[in-house]
Write a new protein. Structure first.
Length: 546
């Protein structure tokens, strides 16, 4: 590795230090994280989005489930929705028109717009467009939306994943002769799903991969007006296209993480954009009436049609973090979230495996096959360096940050400025090693970027041994962790290794000595807060109103 991962941001002071939760002096002072509240990792509730201030550690606004009985018949709960019903938020971001927040529901396949005080405004449902069941029958069905973002022209962009999930009633059924293990699912009312033949109970197929897509939404009407679908066979990115999850945009293009593909695809977002998706308010169509050409707003009856060849995504670059053929089983259930640092380096959550966990190799399976369980996972952050030579045709992982075996099920990831809590730790560490506490060098230790990671099963340092015999470090219960990303703290730095063996300790000479440990943690019971099941994680561009 020849390029440093975190660059000094000059002489600017990293944080003011006197910010109140929700009212930051600097934009990066707060983050918002989707708490799916999905058992068994957290209370099996309807879901919520939590704001946290990384200066003070205080909780700010909690955005609660908008799908209540009180909102039936309003724009917040259109007829396609289940109200009261679950939320299970995944994608979230703030900004856009009026600085509003937009939060995705994977539970009900919808996108809701919120005021900055957490009050819901309106919801658009993807169920009619995607063909999912209406009402309670469609709860958690597939295809389901995951990450969301905003395009440079002001349109919203929504990743839609079609794959087999253990809690989706319309996932593929069991094959003849297969036994449904059912204890693997938290919804016994949905038996006989093929996903239950895998550990974890998710997998994709070629047909479902082809049905994953990116929807374009106009902010003014919240209508779907365009899409990006799988490239044609033989085109770059076709074989790795699938369950789209994370989205981010740079001057190069739109970066999409493929949950079950183990790769990030860079899409030319301008290619194939229709006249109706040219920016905010563009979903107007020209119609000739009485010989005159007039502009008319599209309405709810003009449902966008999926599957047009002209809407196939043009992939310009592939960042492959797994390697091998597209059929490599190790690609399954890998990349969820992605982020840039200030230098343009790409970071991705990566669930590495010590076993392929093929069909039938689930915990307690009746077929006499090898058993897969949490011990097969090795959570790490994969990095593609912006200034490295073009290696996209091959394995593109330039560096990694291996998380210790106690960090499992990582779903959200975001680069940020170092937090106040992290700053306290790294400065104290430097002083303990002989540095002058009043020196500029110690002050500048905090003037760098760090990495925030949302984990559903969080046990840094494996201090809790838990009750799961499959992996002594695996402990349900999540929160957000902060890691250093400079060259001294990536894998292999200073000769340290990180095997990820759950039976290995953290003492000198042991295989996990070089594993990344957090410099700060936020939320969760360990910090005296509620237990959470965190998913997508975003810095807040405009603080919620307190």
């Amino acid at each position: 590795m020849t390029v440093g991962l975190a660059l000094n941001a000059g002489s600017a002071v990293a944080h003011d230090g006197g910010n109140d939760a929700g009212t930051p002096v600097c934009l990066e002072a707060n983050y918002m994280v989707s708490d799916a509240q999905f058992g068994p990792f957290a209370a099996d509730g309807p879901g919520r989005v939590i704001e946290q201030n990384i200066i003070t550690g205080e909780r700010g606004i909690t955005v609660n489930n908008p799908f209540s009985a009180a909102n039936v018949g309003t724009p917040i709960c259109p007829p396609e929705m289940e109200c009261p019903g679950p939320w299970k938020p995944t994608g979230n971001f703030s900004g856009g028109l009026n600085g509003h927040a937009f939060i995705t529901s994977a539970g009900q396949q919808a996108l809701t717009e919120f005021h900055r005080d957490g009050t819901p405004i309106r919801t658009t449902s993807y169920r009619p467009l995607m063909g999912n069941p209406i009402g309670p029958a469609g709860r958690g069905s597939v295809p389901r939306p995951l990450g969301s973002q905003i395009l440079p022209n002001g349109n919203l962009i929504q990743a839609v994943c079609d794959a087999n999930f253990f809690n989706a009633s319309n996932s593929d059924p069991l094959a003849p002769g297969e036994v449904d293990p059912n204890p693997l699912t938290t919804n016994p009312a949905i038996p006989g799903l093929a996903a239950n033949q895998f550990f974890p109970p998710v997998f994709t197929t070629a047909a479902r991969s082809a049905n994953s897509r990116l929807l374009v939404i106009d902010q003014e009407t919240m209508q779907v007006i365009d899409e990006y679908s799988q490239p044609a066979e033989g085109e770059l990115g076709h074989d790795l296209w699938g369950c789209a999850a994370g989205i981010m945009v740079s001057s190069e293009g739109m970066f999409i993480s493929m949950f079950h593909g183990g790769a990030v695809l860079v899409v030319d977002w301008k290619d194939g954009v229709e006249d109706t998706s040219c920016g905010v308010g563009c979903n107007k169509v020209k119609r000739k009436e009485d010989g005159k050409e007039e502009m008319h707003d599209t309405d709810g009856d003009d449902l966008f049609k999926l599957g047009k060849d002209k809407n196939r995504a043009k992939v310009t670059r592939v960042i492959d973090f797994v390697g091998g053929p597209a059929s490599n089983p190790n690609r399954r259930d890998t990349l969820r979230a992605i982020s840039f640092d200030e230098s343009g380096n790409v970071y991705a959550t990566n669930r590495r495996r010590s076993a392929e966990c093929l069909r039938g190799e689930f915990g307690g399976n009746p077929y006499g096959k090898p058993v897969c369980n949490p011990s097969v996972f090795r959570q790490r952050i994969s990095i593609d360096l912006a200034n490295e030579p073009n290696d996209d045709a091959n394995y593109a992982e330039d560096a990694t940050i291996a998380l210790d075996p106690g960090i499992n099920v990582i779903a959200g990831l975001r680069i940020n400025r170092m937090s106040a809590r992290g700053c306290d730790l790294v400065q104290a560490e430097a002083v303990a090693n002989g540095a002058d506490p009043a020196s500029r060098a110690v002050a500048e230790l905090c003037n760098v970027e760090t990495l925030l990671v949302a984990s559903s099963a969080t046990n840094p340092g494996c201090v809790n041994h838990g009750a799961n015999p499959a992996n002594q470090c695996f402990t349900p219960g999540g929160y957000v962790l902060e890691y250093r990303i400079d060259a001294d703290h990536v894998d292999g730095a200073n000769g340290k290794s990180c095997t990820g063996n759950p039976n290995d300790g953290f003492g000198p000479g042991e295989g996990n000595e070089g594993c990344a440990l957090p410099i700060a943690t936020f939320g969760g019971a360990v910090n005296g807060d509620d237990n959470i099941d965190p998913r997508m994680l975003m810095p807040i561009q405009r603080g919620f109103i307190q």
